[in-house]
Design a protein around this ligand. Structure first.
Ligand SMILES: [Zn+2]
Length: 193
C-alpha cells in the first residue's frame, strides 16, 4: 500500500489524544500538590531546626510557596484550555551561539550553549517562537516554508507534507519514529499521518 503522506491527519481525533491531554493535566496537578506538601511540611521543620524562622511564620512561608506551585499548575491548565488548533507556516530558523557565566564554588566559568529558534506564523499573521537549547533535532525536522498545524494543548507542530521524511515526530511526547510506523514507539498514540 502506498501511503499518502501529504495532508494533515485526521488521527488527531483518536480518543487517545484527548486521554493524553487529560492525563498530562492530572499529572501536572499531582506534581504541584506534591511540591506544595513538601513546602508546607518542610518550612516549619527547617525553621525549627535552623532557628532562622519561628513558628507559625515558617508555616506561612510554606503555605505561600506551596500555594504558588498550585497557582502555576492552574495557570498552565488555563493556558491549555484557552489554546486553539490553527494552521500556519515556518517562516524563519535561527541559530544563536550564546555564553553564560556559571558559578561553581567561588569561581565563574564561561559556558557556551546554542539556541535553536523556530518562527511560526499563524494564518492571521501572529508569530510564535519555539526555542530549543543545545538540541537541534526538532529544529532540523522543519524547513522554512513548511506548512504546519498547531494542535490544541500540544507544543509540537504537525507537518503538512511528510512525503520526503524518513522519520515522523510524535506531537504528544516528542519522540521520533520511523515514517513506516503507525503508532509512537514511546507513548503508543497513533502517529499523525
Ligand atoms: Zn509519542
Amino acid at each position: 500500500m502506498i501511503e499518502n503522506l501529504v495532508g494533515f491527519s485526521d488521527k488527531i481525533n483518536d480518543p487517545g489524544y484527548e486521554k493524553y491531554r487529560k492525563a498530562s493535566k492530572k499529572w501536572s496537578y499531582i506534581f504541584s500538590l506534591i511540591l506544595a506538601t513538601v513546602a508546607v511540611i518542610g518550612f516549619p521543620i527547617y525553621g525549627a531546626v535552623s532557628g532562622d524562622i519561628s513558628f507559625p511564620y515558617s508555616l506561612y512561608y510554606g503555605l505561600g510557596i506551596g500555594g504558588m506551585f498550585v497557582a502555576i499548575a492552574a495557570l498552565q491548565d488555563l493556558k491549555r484550555r484557552k489554546d486553539t488548533t490553527w494552521e500556519g507556516k515556518i517562516i524563519d530558523k535561527k541559530i544563536y551561539k550564546k555564553t553564560k557565566l556559571q558559578r561553581v564554588g567561588n569561581r565563574n566559568f564561561r559556558v557556551n550553549y546554542t539556541l535553536y529558534v523556530l518562527k511560526i506564523m499563524r494564518e492571521d499573521g501572529k508569530v510564535y517562537s519555539q526555542t530549543y537549547k543545545d538540541n537541534p533535532s526538532i529544529f532540523d525536522y522543519y524547513q522554512i516554508g513548511d506548512r504546519v498545524k498547531h494542535h490544541k494543548a500540544f507544543n509540537i507542530y504537525e507537518k503538512y507534507d511528510k512525503s520526503k521524511d524518513s522519520q515522523i515526530l510524535c506531537i504528544a511526547c516528542g519522540t521520533f519514529n520511523d515514517i513506516k510506523e503507525n503508532h509512537c514507539q514511546r507513548c503508543r498514540l497513533p502517529l499523525l499521518k
